[in-house]
Design a protein around this ligand. Sequence first.
Ligand code: ATP
Ligand code: MG
Length: 278
Amino acid sequence: MSVQPAHAQAGSGQPAPSAAGPLLELRTVESGYHKQLRVLKGVSLSIMPGTCVAVLGSNGAGKSTMLKTIMGLVEDEPRKGTVWALGKDVTRADTERISQAGIAYVVEDRGMFPDLTVAESLRLGAFHRNDRAAINADLDRMFTYFPRLAERLKQDSGTLSGGEQQMLAIARALMSRPKLLMLDEPSLGLAPMLVEEIFRVIRAINREGMGILLVEQNANQALAIADYGYVLEGGRFVLEGTAAELRSNENVQEFYLGVRTGGGEPRLHVRRRRRRWN
Ligand SMILES: Nc1ncnc2c1ncn2[C@@H]1O[C@H](COP(=O)(O)OP(=O)(O)OP(=O)(O)O)[C@@H](O)[C@H]1O
Ligand SMILES: [Mg+2]
């Protein structure tokens, strides 16, 4: 397991990744807001085809900023570093081009168009496709993943429950037939049973070969389905490793998995152990 800070890795003089290489590669990406605020402080990450990668981090760590930066949704960012999607340099590219390159993004608040019905929203996900038969087959596949959507085709998406909206957001993203699906906290605000259901589908999609980048505070669920993971704190990756390595890491257990380490009876007024990542 690497405990090297990400900014000590990959420099900008490296050759471009090949099209058969990673689905997504970030090289020492720095990004933030309004030119002054620096949120990501040199983040490097790589996702190979067919793998599920989790990024764990608490509130404000920069998880959403990372996904927005990848998608070209933060103006003039990243200010430093490069973003590669399927062998193409998409640093500061238009969001449309990044999505055409094969990356789909489910935003943290699910990004519903409340006045569109479920059926209209799903078709919107496939708007740049014209393979009608395949679109219909994909719709059927979405209804296998999420039978509830099939029962609500004519319902306005704004009136769906939170869990149903998450299902629709994932299904809509899948309708674009991406190579990589990026999900920003799909478990947020959902009851445990719904979280289970959604994670079962994410795992199934991944098993069928789709790459997944899963950003989560719910480390238990994320590490249960991920192959590899990174821990983001204060805009830097402080740890990375296989999901098994992260699950057995004492700091991850204590700060992200809610496991009490050190044994013994809990004592009052014990100072919280400081995180030490290396
Ligand atoms: N549009 C914005 N303008 C200015 N600052 C922002 C903006 N969006 C986010 N930030 C700041 O960037 C930092 C990282 O925010 P970000 O949303 O990326 O965190 P996060 O890890 O996704 O947190 P959460 O788990 O709460 O969603 C925070 O300090 C936040 O206040
Ligand atoms: Mg966020």
